[in-house]
Design a protein. Structure first.
Lengths: 380, 505
């Protein structure tokens, strides 16, 4: 068999792909200097990841939604409603935590199906359907909470957003993740060889593996230096890995990209667009509910204003992470990096006690600038 | 001293890793129609992009002279101001607006920002008259056929006092009749002194209309000749650099039993008009069946209706290998073993931002997955196989489809459908806008498939192609088959009779 030619990415192409990661690290370095080290203390970094988790969990799904040329503006209201229902079930109806969480998840799934029905089968633009939902479900939040805060939650509920995995267990998880990563990288390489395909030079793969494994271990080490990995952050990481795999390696994920890239070509290639979009919204509804649960648990309360403006943070995270609003392009890892960038700005500027006026202005400017850089470096 | 309106001297343009143009010389005389021909990737489009300043001065080497004066176009506006107008393959008209609005767009007749409608109307009317068109300028462009739209685009350029008109494959989407009308219009314009650069793969048109012909190959000027110095065979050999003995390779074969039968197939368009009217036909194993007809006869719509992709209501029966099947969506039709490579590869065929392997595997993802997880190694294996079999020219299978030339894009689409291992393959305009060399390769692929027992339907508006490759020809006119000819009895004249509805079987 003839040797297969794979694309040889130039150095600048690698840099382009890592632009946002580099931007994130630059932001960290800037805050490190400005806060005289407070920003990168294990305690603050642990907090930062915790703050990121609820936005990042939704951004994971939002990226897939935007990839199919759709949008969801209702996530703030839906997350708030899921949280309110869970809190209501527990506080007013004295339900156990698993039962309350299940109720919230079912609400998320049902809302996802509702969106999917109108968008995929009734052809109403996603922007309108979810704009309507933004109002409808905010109204329901007010109904469920009766305009008051629902609190306090039981310990088993609170632990989701506030708890930490024991440092020893955290370390074990970290080591297991690294081992799994190294082993799977090795098997991937071997399998490629077995097919007779060319593989990158061994030192190249080694550097990559060592670098990523180091980053994973470093992350877990920092978390352990504080109090262990927060459960919410573990959840975020697990969802990131799962959805990243799903988007790139499953038939479903691949079809989502094709739908966004060229819906006509996808349909003629046998992709059932309606079914796929419906499924995606149902999954996304569940993800939104999960995020709502994390948010509520972290606050130890369901409030009427929870999640307000969240849709903008989520869309910003997704777009900063390289998702194209034209559809067909975007990555899950990118979205999580985007969420981290947004949260880092919030966190760092709060540490510096920056006036809220400037916080908004700076965040807005960075969103604009980040997307421009992405567009400018892509077009060549 | 010749009177050259345009001289391009020693043009060299490099892209990363490739020299697209190598010391190209291209001179156009005032008032002539100058054909620019060459295979896909020969550098025609690049040359025209330099002329129109899409690639600005400084990004290439060489000189451009207009009326003997050297030009350094930095912006598209500057080349437009110098009188250069390109009519693109994809029309740059806004379909929702009227002809008046389109002609005046960007050059509105207005006072203090308020449009002077009477003035605009008169201007449009005058421009249409000068171009020899008799159309009411108040009509929206969407009312017009593709051919008429093409004429409007030309009219628009002329109304801006274009000196040099560049037409890039203007007839690619036109029927023979519309194309003839367009050629007639260009001839009239030549009489009025308009200079025209004509880019086309259709050699018949080139010979009909051009005064001189320049051939590009691999980024170099091969020759500039008077038309009467050349004939078709000679021109082709200049273009491909070798003698092509037969554009339509024919192989002997005997069609087998009935593979696909369509009975009483009717399709209604979104306005509930009957577009396809109770069509019947049979396709045999190992047969190439041609669908001839004028553009708009309903052939593409019929093909798409089999995939439930087009048509509001579809009725009729479909038998595959004697068994009735009734697929409800494209996925099911494909699963039964019927595939369609549509006429518009950019719109219906490719996901342009995805790479070759993702495009090839798109319709067969299930085949290379276990528990719905795609096996990337299998994907690479198949993609490589088809890239090699179909001789797709690309640096790698991870190249985005958008970066490929038209012929190679078409091969990627073919690769996608071959991977589904179809029993019936429908090819809608399989060689539109692609060069002679690639055409022959595609005909050879079709012949290979037929030998393996695949039944093939070729929809084509090029009569030569239909006559050249098909075993049997069905002619469609206004949603009905009006003629059924075997290869031996078919002629261009007979097909046109049926296609225009002058004669019915």
């Amino acid at each position: 068999m003839e040797k297969i030619r794979f694309r040889q990415n130039s150095f600048s192409e690698y840099v382009r792909r890592l632009t946002m990661l580099i931007a994130l690290i630059s932001i960290w370095i800037i805050f490190w200097v400005l806060t005289q080290g407070i920003f990168i203390s294990p305690r603050n970094l642990s907090n930062l990841f915790l703050q990121t988790s609820s936005v990042a969990i939704i951004a994971i799904g939002m990226t897939l939604i935007i990839i199919t040329r759709n949008i969801d503006l209702s996530v703030g209201s839906v997350a708030a409603l899921a949280g309110a229902i869970a809190a209501f079930m527990q506080v007013q109806c004295h339900m156990s935590t698993p039962a309350a969480l299940s109720a919230a998840l079912i609400v998320g799934l049902a809302i996802g199906a509702w969106h999917g029905f109108w968008i995929a089968y009734r052809m109403v633009p996603a922007f309108i359907v979810t704009l309507a939902s933004m109002m409808i479900f905010r109204g329901l939040v007010l109904g469920v909470t009766q305009g008051a805060t629902i609190a306090p939650l039981s310990d088993s509920f609170k632990v989701i957003g506030q708890g930490y995995a024991d440092p020893k267990i955290s370390l074990i998880i970290g080591v297991v993740v690294v081992i799994l990563f190294v082993v799977s990288s090795f098997f991937k390489r071997e399998k490629r060889k077995k097919y007779g395909f060319s593989v990158p030079k061994i030192w190249f793969d080694l550097i990559k593996v060592v670098f990523i494994a180091g980053a994973i271990l470093g992350f877990f080490a920092i978390m352990v230096m504080n109090r262990g990995v927060p459960y919410a952050v573990l959840l975020m990481l697990a969802l990131t890995i799962f959805f990243n795999f799903m988007s790139r390696n499953t038939v479903f994920g691949r079809q989502l990209y094709a739908i966004g890239g060229n819906p006509d070509a996808a349909a003629l290639s046998g992709v059932n667009i309606k079914k796929r979009v419906m499924m995606l919204y149902v999954i996304f509804g569940a993800l939104t509910a999960v995020s709502g649960i994390v948010m509520t648990s972290r606050l130890n309360a369901a409030t009427t204003s929870a999640g307000q403006g969240m849709e903008l943070d989520v869309i910003a995270a997704s777009v900063i992470g390289g998702t194209s609003l034209m559809g067909g392009e975007g990555t899950i890892f990118g979205a999580v990096i985007g969420a981290l960038i947004m949260a880092s700005l919030d966190n760092g500027m709060s540490l510096l006690d920056t006036n809220i006026t400037y916080q908004y202005i700076i965040k807005g400017m960075i969103l604009l600038f980040a997307v421009w850089v992405d567009i400018a470096t892509r077009r060549k | 001293m010749e009177d050259y309106i345009l001289q391009m001297r020693g043009i060299t343009k490099d892209f990363p890793g490739v020299r697209a143009l190598d010391n190209v010389t291209f001179n156009v005389k005032r008032g002539e129609i100058h054909a620019l021909v060459g295979e896909n990737g020969a550098g025609k489009s690049t040359l025209m992009k330099i002329l129109s300043a899409l690639y600005p001065a400084g990004s290439y080497q060489g000189k451009i002279l207009i009326d003997g004066k050297e030009q350094n176009f930095k912006k598209i506006k500057e080349s437009e101001a110098a009188g250069i107008a390109i009519i693109y393959q994809e029309l740059m008209l806004i379909k929702e607006l009227s002809i008046v609005e389109n002609i005046c767009l960007g050059n509105e007749i207005a006072k203090n920002g308020v449009i002077n409608w009477e003035g605009s109307f008169l201007k449009a009317k005058k421009a249409l008259k000068e171009a020899g068109l008799n159309i009411n300028p108040a009509f929206p462009v969407s009312y017009l056929g593709v051919g008429e739209q093409q004429s409007i685009a030309i009219t628009k350029s002329l109304s801006r006092e274009a000196k040099i008109l560049i037409l890039d494959e203007p007839t690619a989407a036109l029927s023979t009749r519309e194309a003839d009308r367009l050629l007639g219009m260009l001839k009239d314009l030549r009489k009025k002194g308009v200079t025209c650069i004509y880019i086309s793969h259709r050699l018949r048109e080139v010979f009909e209309i051009a005064d001189r012909i320049t051939v590009l190959r691999d980024g170099k000027t091969i020759a500039t000749c008077e038309k009467n110095e050349l004939d078709e065979a000679k021109l082709i050999s200049l273009m491909v650099g070798r003698e092509l003995t037969n554009i339509y390779p024919r192989r002997d074969r005997v069609p087998g039993e009935v593979l696909l039968e369509i009975k009483d197939w009717s399709v209604y368009d979104p306005n509930t008009n009957k577009q396809i009217d109770a069509v019947n036909f049979k396709l045999h194993k190992g047969e190439i069946l041609g669908f001839a007809g004028l553009v708009g006869a309903g052939r593409s719509e019929f093909a798409m209706s089999l995939f439930r992709f087009w048509g509001r209501k579809v009725s009729g029966k479909m038998y595959l290998e004697g068994k009735e099947v009734s697929p409800k969506n494209a996925g099911q039709t494909i699963a039964y073993g019927i595939s369609l490579a549509s006429e518009d590869r950019k719109r219906y065929g490719l996901v342009l931002d995805e790479d070759i392997k993702e495009n090839i595997s798109l319709a067969s993802l299930k085949k290379i997955s276990k528990f719905s997880v795609v096996d990337e190694n299998e994907e690479i294996k198949y993609a490589t196989e088809y890239t090699q079999d179909l001789k797709i020219k690309t640096p790698s299978i991870e190249e985005k489809a958008v970066n490929l030339s038209g012929g190679n894009q078409q091969k990627v689409v073919l690769g996608k459908w071959l991977m589904t291992k179809p029993k019936v393959l429908i090819l809608d305009e399989p060689t539109r806008g692609i060069d002679v060399g690639a055409k022959v390769e595609i005909y050879n692929i079709i012949n290979d498939l037929v030998e393996q027992g695949v039944g093939i339907i070729v929809i084509s508006s090029e009569l030569n192609e239909i006559l050249g490759i098909c075993d049997r020809i069905l002619i469609m006119h206004e949603g009905k088959f009006t003629g059924d000819l075997l290869m031996d009895e078919a002629t261009q004249e007979k097909i046109m009779y049926y296609a225009t509805g002058t004669k019915t079987a």
